[in-house]
Design a protein around this ligand. Structure first.
Ligand SMILES: [Zn+2]
Length: 312
């Protein structure tokens, strides 16, 4: 006889087996070869810009989950192809990386491209894994159940890449008071692009909640919005101009397709609800650090300056 009957043992396993942890977003500058985050003459980090990436990640510090470590052992291997984050087009194959539990690894860089685009992000392609079942599961789902296909309800990813368009005259500041017309806010774009890697417009569990009429029907989002939420034509953002709130103050959603240059838009209540519907445990939504920007003055600017910049 064992001490516990099977059902009790199973219950204990469910309760204590996988405690949710705050997720960690780790940036990798290996492919930052065009000087966006690194001084190419000296090799020194451009600390102001890197600190803003960390600040962007902090808006997701209230997300908890239990993501399995990707830790290849003898006989295990995996790879994924990503767009070169400083060159845009060419693909890089990443092989047999170690990624810690509850951590997403994100390769970043930038280069000059056609004006208008601010940046793009993706989670790579051609993901392959072989070895033990547990290892393959860690690579493909991070130990999350039901992440694939039309009935997906959760999401688990290794990480991804973000490219920033260096042709923009960015505002690289944390203090929103330094924003000025015509200059895109780097913190806003970085936070937005991280959102895609976190599954917004990317996860199967996101796409499966969009109906044929182009509305997102996630439970959390519908509670916040008051009904189905319109999405853009590709189903990867909220529709342009969808509004929500930051700390009770009206703001255009961060995860609509674009942001007026010169404005800061941080994750709104509706954006966070969307992440909860993707499968993140959004247990404690972080307090945005610059919510006071969105007072009456900022809204007047929004109404007056509808010159938009696109963002993938
Ligand atoms: Zn986007």
């Amino acid at each position: 006889m064992t001490k516990f009957s099977l059902p009790l043992a199973a219950l204990l396993s469910l309760t204590f087996g996988a405690p949710a942890q705050a997720i960690t977003i780790e940036f990798d500058y290996t492919y930052d070869t065009r000087g966006f985050f690194t001084d190419t003459l000296t090799g020194a980090p451009i600390t102001e810009r890197r600190a803003l990436l960390d600040e962007a990640a902090s808006f997701y510090s209230g997300f908890t989950d239990s993501l399995t470590a990707i830790a290849p052992q003898a006989g295990d291997s995996w790879s994924v192809k990503i767009t070169h984050p400083s060159l845009g087009g060419p693909q890089i194959t990443l092989s047999n990386l170690d990624i810690a539990a509850d951590t997403l690894l994100i390769y970043v860089g930038g280069s000059e491209s056609a004006p208008g685009v601010l940046g793009f992000a993706n989670t790579g392609s051609n993901l392959t894994a072989s070895g033990s079942d547990a290892f393959v599961d860690a690579v493909t789902t991070r130990g999350q159940a039901n992440t694939v296909g039309e009935d997906a309800t959760d999401y688990g990813i290794w990480g991804g890449m973000i490219w920033f368009n260096a042709a923009n005259v960015w505002y690289f500041g944390s203090d929103a008071s330094g924003l000025s017309a015509g200059h895109p806010d780097f913190l806003t774009t970085a936070t937005h692009e991280l959102g895609h890697i976190l599954g917004f417009g990317e996860a199967d569990s996101w796409h499966t909640q969009i109906d044929e009429a182009g509305y997102f029907n996630g439970t959390n989002a519908m509670v916040v919005y008051g009904g189905p939420v319109p999405v853009d034509q590709y189903g990867v953002h909220w529709a342009e101009g969808v509004m929500s709130t930051v700390d009770g103050v009206a703001q255009e959603t961060q995860m609509d397709p674009s942001t007026t240059r010169g404005l800061r838009e941080l994750p709104t209540a509706l954006d966070y609800a969307g992440y909860a519907d993707v499968g993140w445990q959004v247990s404690a939504v972080p307090e945005p650090q610059h919510a006071t920007l969105f007072g009456a003055g900022a809204l007047l600017v929004l109404a007056a300056a509808r010159r938009r910049s696109t963002r993938a």
